[in-house]
Design a protein around this ligand. Sequence first.
Ligand code: PMV
Length: 357
Amino acid sequence: MNLEKQFICTAKGETQGQSIWQAPSNIALVKYWGKFGDQYPKNASLSFTLTHSHTTTRVEFSPKKATEKVSYDFRFEGASAPQFHPKLDAFFARILPYVPLLAGHHLQIASKNSFPHSSGIASSASAMAALALCIMDIEAAVNPSISPAYFFQKASFLARLGSGSAARSVAGPLVYWGEHSDYACSSNLFGLPLDEVHPDFKTYQDTILLVDRGHKKVSSTLGHQLMEGHPFATARFEQAQQNMARLKGVINTGALDDFVDLVETEALSLHAMMLSSSPNFILMKPHTLSIIEAIRDFRNTTKIPLCFTLDAGANVHLLYPAQAKDKVAPFIASALVPFCENGAYIDDCVGQGAKKM
Ligand code: PMV
């Protein structure tokens, strides 16, 4: 709890008002898979912040008699959504020691996503980041002396307590999270924006090919747990730390061939951990592999440095430089869309982070 102490709000008081934040999703280039303690990552990770895939959350807050638990109502896309309550209850229980004044307020929360529900895109990162930012507005209303730097760092810290990868959904265009000697001030507690980014990576494209819009069969909570006692866990965490070191130079210099190699290795290593855990699970679908093959063929033929990455699901993120957009678009339409469920995909790109609305 020592390092965490800086994030305990000691200010007391009541406030009333509303806050609206839009927070983006992110896609990890070096993956976080395996955690310990209070949502600390077993290895450092680095992600692109996205632009168009985001969650918008409004929190209306008003004083009430203090209670032990945070009191809230939650609506998702206009309807009550009790299926999210267990995750929200766990989040509020974890963050209450850091924002005790929440106990004396009632929160009316309304949230919506820009991407279709059950598109297979994880929304916990953008959702937890947007909610954490609204909560920081409540803290700032009671304690206006907090600095912008503290505001955003604590928002990332709180978001992490909801979903690890949410720590990387506050800032942009690239965010690192988790201790690593090559990354300045890196912390297991919160994410930080990467400073030295080659211009190519500030406008990188991410076309998300929706292979399977069904719900994930394995939660990331279970996936992280299965890394405990996994026979390859130690080697995997070391590999990720090494890839973080290599990727830092690549992002700085714009070495796209190395980028392709690193990012695809990371995606396949993540899935290799799932394939070899006990119990094991296969989240890729036949069309995931068809898309990967088509991407590799196209890259070999055209020498355009496009590559894929994967989340904990079947969808494929196609990453490529903005300058290649005109050549990649017809390839997506003719060779990749046929493998997407109902031809669905999302054109996204690297973004700047959360926005106050
Ligand atoms: O934030 P969580 O607990 O849902 O875990 C996210 C894990 C991956 O998305 C697979 C990888 C990552 O680093 O985002």
